[in-house]
Design a protein around this ligand. Structure first.
Ligand SMILES: Nc1ncnc2c1ncn2[C@@H]1O[C@H](COP(=O)(O)OP(=O)(O)OP(=O)(O)O)[C@@H](O)[C@H]1O
Ligand SMILES: [Mg+2]
Length: 366
Protein backbone atom coordinates (compact mmCIF):
# COMPACT_ATOMS: atom_id res chain seq x y z
CA UNK A 1 0.00 0.00 0.00
CA UNK A 2 0.96 3.58 -0.49
CA UNK A 3 1.93 5.95 2.30
CA UNK A 4 -0.53 8.73 1.59
CA UNK A 5 1.53 11.36 3.41
CA UNK A 6 4.29 11.29 0.84
CA UNK A 7 3.72 13.83 -1.87
CA UNK A 8 5.03 12.83 -5.30
CA UNK A 9 4.83 14.95 -8.40
CA UNK A 10 2.91 12.69 -10.71
CA UNK A 11 1.04 14.16 -13.60
CA UNK A 12 -2.00 12.52 -15.17
CA UNK A 13 -2.06 12.39 -18.95
CA UNK A 14 -3.85 10.26 -21.54
CA UNK A 15 -1.97 8.07 -24.02
CA UNK A 16 -3.19 8.02 -27.59
CA UNK A 17 -2.25 5.60 -30.34
CA UNK A 18 -3.14 6.76 -33.83
CA UNK A 19 -3.07 4.27 -36.72
CA UNK A 20 -0.21 2.45 -35.06
CA UNK A 21 1.37 -0.34 -37.11
CA UNK A 22 4.41 -2.43 -36.19
CA UNK A 23 5.78 -5.14 -38.45
CA UNK A 24 8.55 -7.68 -38.03
CA UNK A 25 10.53 -9.62 -40.59
CA UNK A 26 10.75 -13.29 -39.79
CA UNK A 27 12.73 -15.47 -42.21
CA UNK A 28 11.78 -13.26 -45.13
CA UNK A 29 8.11 -13.13 -44.11
CA UNK A 30 6.43 -9.97 -42.86
CA UNK A 31 4.51 -10.30 -39.59
CA UNK A 32 2.12 -7.47 -38.78
CA UNK A 33 2.24 -7.64 -34.98
CA UNK A 34 0.23 -4.42 -34.49
CA UNK A 35 -2.21 -3.64 -37.27
CA UNK A 36 -3.34 -0.03 -37.57
CA UNK A 37 -4.72 0.44 -34.07
CA UNK A 38 -6.43 3.51 -32.70
CA UNK A 39 -7.01 3.77 -29.00
CA UNK A 40 -7.01 6.30 -26.19
CA UNK A 41 -5.86 5.19 -22.77
CA UNK A 42 -7.66 7.56 -20.45
CA UNK A 43 -5.70 9.64 -17.99
CA UNK A 44 -5.50 8.32 -14.46
CA UNK A 45 -7.16 5.04 -15.44
CA UNK A 46 -5.88 1.49 -15.51
CA UNK A 47 -6.45 -0.11 -18.91
CA UNK A 48 -5.59 -3.73 -19.55
CA UNK A 49 -4.55 -5.04 -22.93
CA UNK A 50 -5.96 -8.54 -23.04
CA UNK A 51 -5.83 -11.15 -25.75
CA UNK A 52 -4.44 -14.54 -26.73
CA UNK A 53 -0.74 -15.27 -27.05
CA UNK A 54 0.86 -13.57 -30.04
CA UNK A 55 -1.94 -11.01 -30.57
CA UNK A 56 0.44 -8.06 -30.20
CA UNK A 57 0.09 -6.91 -26.59
CA UNK A 58 3.78 -6.73 -25.74
CA UNK A 59 4.57 -5.14 -29.09
CA UNK A 60 1.98 -2.41 -28.47
CA UNK A 61 3.38 -1.72 -25.01
CA UNK A 62 6.93 -1.60 -26.35
CA UNK A 63 5.92 0.93 -29.00
CA UNK A 64 4.55 3.14 -26.22
CA UNK A 65 7.69 2.71 -24.12
CA UNK A 66 9.88 3.47 -27.13
CA UNK A 67 11.58 0.06 -27.31
CA UNK A 68 10.16 -0.53 -30.82
CA UNK A 69 9.84 1.95 -33.64
CA UNK A 70 6.46 1.64 -35.40
CA UNK A 71 6.36 1.64 -39.21
CA UNK A 72 3.29 3.84 -39.23
CA UNK A 73 1.23 5.89 -36.85
CA UNK A 74 1.80 7.99 -33.79
CA UNK A 75 2.12 7.65 -30.03
CA UNK A 76 0.97 10.68 -28.07
CA UNK A 77 1.67 10.95 -24.36
CA UNK A 78 -0.41 13.85 -23.16
CA UNK A 79 -0.05 16.31 -25.99
CA UNK A 80 3.50 15.21 -26.83
CA UNK A 81 4.18 13.18 -29.94
CA UNK A 82 7.04 10.91 -28.83
CA UNK A 83 8.16 9.79 -32.28
CA UNK A 84 11.92 9.33 -32.22
CA UNK A 85 12.20 9.87 -28.44
CA UNK A 86 14.31 7.08 -26.86
CA UNK A 87 12.83 5.05 -23.97
CA UNK A 88 14.85 6.70 -21.22
CA UNK A 89 13.64 10.14 -22.30
CA UNK A 90 9.97 9.16 -22.47
CA UNK A 91 7.70 9.98 -19.53
CA UNK A 92 6.95 6.26 -19.12
CA UNK A 93 8.07 3.67 -16.61
CA UNK A 94 8.01 -0.01 -17.49
CA UNK A 95 7.73 -2.99 -15.14
CA UNK A 96 8.83 -6.21 -16.81
CA UNK A 97 7.72 -9.71 -15.99
CA UNK A 98 10.61 -10.52 -13.63
CA UNK A 99 10.97 -6.96 -12.24
CA UNK A 100 14.58 -6.94 -13.55
CA UNK A 101 16.07 -5.78 -10.24
CA UNK A 102 19.86 -5.75 -10.06
CA UNK A 103 20.66 -8.68 -7.74
CA UNK A 104 24.04 -7.39 -6.57
CA UNK A 105 22.77 -3.90 -5.68
CA UNK A 106 20.99 -2.89 -2.50
CA UNK A 107 17.34 -1.90 -2.61
CA UNK A 108 18.44 1.72 -2.20
CA UNK A 109 20.83 1.54 -5.17
CA UNK A 110 18.26 -0.27 -7.29
CA UNK A 111 15.83 2.58 -6.76
CA UNK A 112 18.60 5.17 -7.21
CA UNK A 113 19.80 3.71 -10.50
CA UNK A 114 17.81 5.85 -12.93
CA UNK A 115 18.53 9.01 -10.95
CA UNK A 116 22.29 8.33 -10.99
CA UNK A 117 22.11 7.78 -14.77
CA UNK A 118 20.57 11.25 -14.95
CA UNK A 119 23.56 12.52 -12.94
CA UNK A 120 21.55 13.93 -10.07
CA UNK A 121 23.46 15.13 -7.03
CA UNK A 122 23.93 12.69 -4.14
CA UNK A 123 21.64 14.74 -1.96
CA UNK A 124 18.87 14.79 -4.51
CA UNK A 125 19.22 11.05 -5.07
CA UNK A 126 19.05 10.38 -1.36
CA UNK A 127 15.98 12.57 -0.91
CA UNK A 128 14.11 11.01 -3.78
CA UNK A 129 14.99 7.41 -2.94
CA UNK A 130 14.04 7.88 0.70
CA UNK A 131 10.74 9.34 -0.43
CA UNK A 132 10.22 6.35 -2.75
CA UNK A 133 11.04 3.91 0.05
CA UNK A 134 8.57 5.64 2.36
CA UNK A 135 5.87 5.87 -0.29
CA UNK A 136 5.91 2.13 -0.84
CA UNK A 137 6.46 1.36 2.84
CA UNK A 138 9.90 -0.10 2.36
CA UNK A 139 11.35 2.27 4.99
CA UNK A 140 13.93 0.02 6.62
CA UNK A 141 14.82 -2.10 3.67
CA UNK A 142 17.18 0.17 1.76
CA UNK A 143 20.28 -1.82 2.71
CA UNK A 144 18.92 -5.24 1.81
CA UNK A 145 19.61 -7.10 -1.40
CA UNK A 146 16.63 -8.02 -3.60
CA UNK A 147 17.10 -11.70 -2.69
CA UNK A 148 16.40 -10.79 0.94
CA UNK A 149 12.90 -9.56 0.05
CA UNK A 150 9.59 -11.33 -0.51
CA UNK A 151 8.08 -11.38 -4.02
CA UNK A 152 5.67 -8.64 -3.02
CA UNK A 153 8.43 -6.43 -1.61
CA UNK A 154 10.50 -6.93 -4.75
CA UNK A 155 7.56 -5.76 -6.79
CA UNK A 156 7.25 -2.65 -4.66
CA UNK A 157 10.95 -1.93 -5.20
CA UNK A 158 10.39 -2.25 -8.95
CA UNK A 159 7.53 0.24 -8.73
CA UNK A 160 9.47 2.62 -6.42
CA UNK A 161 12.34 2.56 -8.92
CA UNK A 162 9.98 3.84 -11.59
CA UNK A 163 8.16 6.36 -9.44
CA UNK A 164 11.31 8.23 -8.35
CA UNK A 165 11.69 9.17 -12.01
CA UNK A 166 8.22 10.72 -11.83
CA UNK A 167 6.72 9.04 -14.89
CA UNK A 168 3.39 10.12 -16.34
CA UNK A 169 2.52 6.63 -17.54
CA UNK A 170 3.09 3.20 -16.01
CA UNK A 171 3.53 0.27 -18.40
CA UNK A 172 3.28 -3.24 -16.98
CA UNK A 173 3.83 -6.40 -19.02
CA UNK A 174 2.43 -9.46 -17.23
CA UNK A 175 4.05 -8.37 -13.97
CA UNK A 176 2.51 -11.20 -11.95
CA UNK A 177 2.98 -14.18 -14.20
CA UNK A 178 6.00 -15.51 -12.30
CA UNK A 179 4.20 -15.64 -8.97
CA UNK A 180 2.22 -18.49 -7.46
CA UNK A 181 -1.57 -18.23 -7.53
CA UNK A 182 -2.03 -16.89 -4.00
CA UNK A 183 0.66 -14.23 -4.23
CA UNK A 184 -0.68 -13.22 -7.62
CA UNK A 185 -4.09 -12.40 -6.15
CA UNK A 186 -2.50 -10.49 -3.28
CA UNK A 187 -0.19 -8.57 -5.60
CA UNK A 188 -2.87 -7.59 -8.02
CA UNK A 189 -4.74 -5.98 -5.14
CA UNK A 190 -1.55 -4.11 -4.23
CA UNK A 191 -1.04 -2.90 -7.77
CA UNK A 192 -4.64 -1.75 -7.94
CA UNK A 193 -4.34 0.12 -4.66
CA UNK A 194 -1.07 1.79 -5.62
CA UNK A 195 -2.43 2.75 -9.01
CA UNK A 196 -5.67 4.08 -7.57
CA UNK A 197 -3.99 6.13 -4.89
CA UNK A 198 -1.39 7.61 -7.21
CA UNK A 199 -3.91 8.01 -10.03
CA UNK A 200 -1.28 7.25 -12.67
CA UNK A 201 -2.32 6.38 -16.20
CA UNK A 202 -1.50 2.68 -16.37
CA UNK A 203 -1.42 0.21 -19.24
CA UNK A 204 -1.32 -3.38 -18.08
CA UNK A 205 -0.73 -6.35 -20.35
CA UNK A 206 -2.09 -9.72 -19.37
CA UNK A 207 -3.63 -12.80 -20.90
CA UNK A 208 -5.33 -13.69 -17.63
CA UNK A 209 -9.00 -12.90 -17.95
CA UNK A 210 -9.75 -12.80 -14.24
CA UNK A 211 -6.77 -10.55 -13.56
CA UNK A 212 -7.95 -8.17 -16.27
CA UNK A 213 -11.55 -8.12 -15.04
CA UNK A 214 -10.46 -7.43 -11.45
CA UNK A 215 -7.98 -4.68 -12.22
CA UNK A 216 -9.41 -2.79 -15.12
CA UNK A 217 -11.15 0.53 -15.36
CA UNK A 218 -11.11 -0.18 -19.10
CA UNK A 219 -10.25 -3.33 -21.03
CA UNK A 220 -8.99 -3.42 -24.60
CA UNK A 221 -9.43 -6.83 -26.22
CA UNK A 222 -6.80 -7.58 -28.86
CA UNK A 223 -6.82 -10.17 -31.62
CA UNK A 224 -4.29 -10.59 -34.43
CA UNK A 225 -2.78 -7.15 -33.99
CA UNK A 226 -6.11 -5.33 -33.82
CA UNK A 227 -8.31 -3.98 -31.05
CA UNK A 228 -11.66 -5.75 -31.13
CA UNK A 229 -13.34 -3.79 -28.35
CA UNK A 230 -12.68 -1.26 -25.60
CA UNK A 231 -14.93 -0.94 -22.58
CA UNK A 232 -15.42 -1.52 -18.89
CA UNK A 233 -15.32 -5.17 -17.77
CA UNK A 234 -19.13 -5.17 -17.43
CA UNK A 235 -19.67 -3.68 -20.89
CA UNK A 236 -17.32 -6.20 -22.46
CA UNK A 237 -18.90 -9.12 -20.64
CA UNK A 238 -22.52 -8.12 -21.21
CA UNK A 239 -22.20 -6.59 -24.67
CA UNK A 240 -19.32 -8.20 -26.51
CA UNK A 241 -18.83 -6.59 -29.91
CA UNK A 242 -18.46 -9.89 -31.75
CA UNK A 243 -18.04 -13.64 -31.38
CA UNK A 244 -14.31 -13.42 -30.70
CA UNK A 245 -14.83 -11.16 -27.68
CA UNK A 246 -17.85 -13.10 -26.40
CA UNK A 247 -15.91 -16.32 -26.59
CA UNK A 248 -12.71 -14.91 -25.13
CA UNK A 249 -14.35 -13.31 -22.08
CA UNK A 250 -16.37 -15.79 -20.06
CA UNK A 251 -18.26 -18.87 -21.19
CA UNK A 252 -20.57 -18.54 -24.17
CA UNK A 253 -22.80 -20.58 -26.48
CA UNK A 254 -23.46 -19.46 -30.04
CA UNK A 255 -26.43 -20.36 -32.23
CA UNK A 256 -27.13 -19.50 -35.86
CA UNK A 257 -30.56 -18.24 -36.80
CA UNK A 258 -32.47 -15.58 -38.67
CA UNK A 259 -34.33 -12.55 -37.43
CA UNK A 260 -38.09 -12.81 -37.85
CA UNK A 261 -39.10 -9.62 -36.20
CA UNK A 262 -37.58 -6.68 -34.31
CA UNK A 263 -39.51 -4.68 -31.75
CA UNK A 264 -37.40 -1.92 -30.20
CA UNK A 265 -34.34 -3.67 -28.83
CA UNK A 266 -35.68 -7.20 -28.96
CA UNK A 267 -35.41 -9.54 -31.91
CA UNK A 268 -37.34 -12.75 -32.37
CA UNK A 269 -34.74 -15.10 -33.77
CA UNK A 270 -35.76 -18.34 -35.47
CA UNK A 271 -33.37 -21.21 -34.86
CA UNK A 272 -34.67 -24.36 -36.48
CA UNK A 273 -38.07 -24.92 -34.84
CA UNK A 274 -37.35 -22.63 -31.94
CA UNK A 275 -37.93 -18.91 -31.54
CA UNK A 276 -35.76 -17.05 -29.10
CA UNK A 277 -36.09 -13.48 -27.90
CA UNK A 278 -32.75 -11.83 -28.14
CA UNK A 279 -31.43 -8.37 -27.33
CA UNK A 280 -30.47 -6.57 -30.51
CA UNK A 281 -29.03 -3.27 -31.68
CA UNK A 282 -31.85 -2.26 -34.00
CA UNK A 283 -29.60 0.25 -35.76
CA UNK A 284 -27.35 -2.54 -36.97
CA UNK A 285 -29.72 -5.42 -37.69
CA UNK A 286 -32.93 -5.84 -39.65
CA UNK A 287 -35.62 -8.46 -40.25
CA UNK A 288 -34.50 -11.45 -42.34
CA UNK A 289 -30.83 -11.01 -41.35
CA UNK A 290 -29.01 -14.28 -40.74
CA UNK A 291 -27.30 -13.83 -37.41
CA UNK A 292 -25.32 -15.42 -34.64
CA UNK A 293 -26.73 -15.13 -31.13
CA UNK A 294 -24.82 -15.56 -27.88
CA UNK A 295 -26.22 -17.24 -24.79
CA UNK A 296 -24.16 -17.50 -21.58
CA UNK A 297 -24.55 -20.87 -19.78
CA UNK A 298 -25.87 -19.19 -16.63
CA UNK A 299 -28.54 -17.33 -18.58
CA UNK A 300 -30.37 -20.58 -19.28
CA UNK A 301 -32.82 -22.06 -16.79
CA UNK A 302 -34.11 -25.60 -16.63
CA UNK A 303 -37.91 -25.39 -16.60
CA UNK A 304 -41.19 -27.24 -17.25
CA UNK A 305 -42.12 -28.13 -20.80
CA UNK A 306 -44.89 -25.50 -21.06
CA UNK A 307 -42.50 -22.63 -20.24
CA UNK A 308 -39.67 -23.89 -22.43
CA UNK A 309 -38.01 -22.04 -25.30
CA UNK A 310 -36.08 -25.17 -26.21
CA UNK A 311 -36.98 -28.81 -25.68
CA UNK A 312 -34.04 -31.15 -26.08
CA UNK A 313 -32.02 -33.95 -24.51
CA UNK A 314 -28.95 -34.15 -22.28
CA UNK A 315 -25.71 -35.10 -23.99
CA UNK A 316 -23.82 -35.43 -20.72
CA UNK A 317 -23.80 -33.95 -17.22
CA UNK A 318 -21.06 -33.15 -14.70
CA UNK A 319 -21.62 -32.24 -11.06
CA UNK A 320 -18.89 -29.86 -9.94
CA UNK A 321 -20.17 -28.83 -6.51
CA UNK A 322 -21.65 -25.37 -6.89
CA UNK A 323 -23.49 -26.33 -10.06
CA UNK A 324 -24.28 -29.04 -12.57
CA UNK A 325 -22.79 -28.48 -16.02
CA UNK A 326 -24.97 -29.90 -18.76
CA UNK A 327 -24.07 -30.36 -22.38
CA UNK A 328 -27.30 -30.58 -24.36
CA UNK A 329 -28.18 -31.37 -27.96
CA UNK A 330 -28.86 -28.30 -30.09
CA UNK A 331 -29.63 -28.00 -33.78
CA UNK A 332 -26.41 -27.62 -35.77
CA UNK A 333 -24.22 -27.27 -32.68
CA UNK A 334 -21.63 -29.58 -31.19
CA UNK A 335 -21.62 -27.91 -27.81
CA UNK A 336 -24.25 -26.11 -25.85
CA UNK A 337 -23.59 -25.64 -22.17
CA UNK A 338 -26.11 -24.97 -19.43
CA UNK A 339 -25.32 -24.37 -15.75
CA UNK A 340 -27.85 -25.50 -13.17
CA UNK A 341 -27.20 -23.90 -9.78
CA UNK A 342 -30.22 -25.35 -8.01
CA UNK A 343 -29.90 -29.04 -8.74
CA UNK A 344 -31.18 -31.53 -6.23
CA UNK A 345 -30.82 -34.25 -8.80
CA UNK A 346 -28.79 -34.74 -11.93
CA UNK A 347 -30.28 -35.68 -15.25
CA UNK A 348 -28.54 -38.45 -17.13
CA UNK A 349 -27.53 -38.69 -20.78
CA UNK A 350 -30.44 -38.82 -23.28
CA UNK A 351 -32.91 -37.61 -20.64
CA UNK A 352 -35.32 -34.83 -21.71
CA UNK A 353 -34.40 -31.31 -20.68
CA UNK A 354 -36.49 -28.14 -21.11
CA UNK A 355 -34.72 -24.83 -21.29
CA UNK A 356 -35.80 -21.25 -20.78
CA UNK A 357 -33.44 -18.67 -22.27
CA UNK A 358 -33.33 -15.80 -19.78
CA UNK A 359 -30.98 -13.62 -21.78
CA UNK A 360 -29.34 -13.68 -25.18
CA UNK A 361 -27.71 -11.22 -27.54
CA UNK A 362 -27.58 -10.88 -31.31
CA UNK A 363 -23.82 -10.64 -31.74
CA UNK A 364 -22.85 -10.93 -35.42
CA UNK A 365 -24.26 -11.01 -38.95
CA UNK A 366 -23.59 -14.21 -40.85
N1 LIG B 1 11.29 -9.32 -32.34
C1 LIG B 1 10.40 -10.01 -33.09
N2 LIG B 1 10.71 -10.53 -34.30
C2 LIG B 1 9.81 -11.17 -35.06
N3 LIG B 1 8.53 -11.37 -34.70
C3 LIG B 1 8.14 -10.90 -33.50
C4 LIG B 1 9.04 -10.19 -32.62
N4 LIG B 1 8.36 -9.85 -31.50
C5 LIG B 1 7.12 -10.31 -31.66
N5 LIG B 1 6.97 -10.94 -32.86
C6 LIG B 1 5.72 -11.53 -33.38
O1 LIG B 1 4.71 -10.55 -33.33
C7 LIG B 1 3.48 -11.10 -32.89
C8 LIG B 1 3.01 -10.39 -31.63
O2 LIG B 1 3.91 -10.69 -30.58
P1 LIG B 1 3.74 -10.10 -29.09
O3 LIG B 1 4.97 -10.45 -28.33
O4 LIG B 1 3.39 -8.67 -29.18
O5 LIG B 1 2.48 -10.94 -28.58
P2 LIG B 1 1.78 -10.98 -27.14
O6 LIG B 1 0.35 -10.61 -27.36
O7 LIG B 1 2.56 -10.17 -26.17
O8 LIG B 1 1.85 -12.53 -26.77
P3 LIG B 1 2.11 -13.28 -25.35
O9 LIG B 1 0.80 -13.28 -24.62
O10 LIG B 1 2.51 -14.66 -25.76
O11 LIG B 1 3.20 -12.54 -24.62
C9 LIG B 1 3.74 -12.58 -32.73
O12 LIG B 1 3.34 -13.22 -33.90
C10 LIG B 1 5.23 -12.67 -32.53
O13 LIG B 1 5.72 -13.91 -32.97
MG1 LIG C 1 3.68 -10.62 -24.44
Amino acid sequence: MVNANIDFHLEKVPVQLKNLTKKFMDEGKIITAVDNIDITFEKGKLTTLLGPSGCGKTTTLRCIGGFYKPEEGEVLIGSENVRGVPPYKRPTGTVFQNYALFPHMSVFENIAYGLRVKKMSNKEVKDKVNKGLKLLQLDNMGDRLPTQLSGGQQQRVAIARLLVNEPKVLLLDEPLSNLDAKLRIYMREEIKNIQRELGLTTIYVTHDQEEAMTLSDQMAIMNEGRIEQIGTPIEIYNKPANKFVGDFIGEANFLEGSIERIVENTALVRIDDYKIKSEVDSNKYAEDDDVLIMIRPHDVEICNEDEADIITKVRWAAFIGAQVNYQVFMPGEDDFTVYDYHADQIKSAEEDINLKIKKSLVIEKL
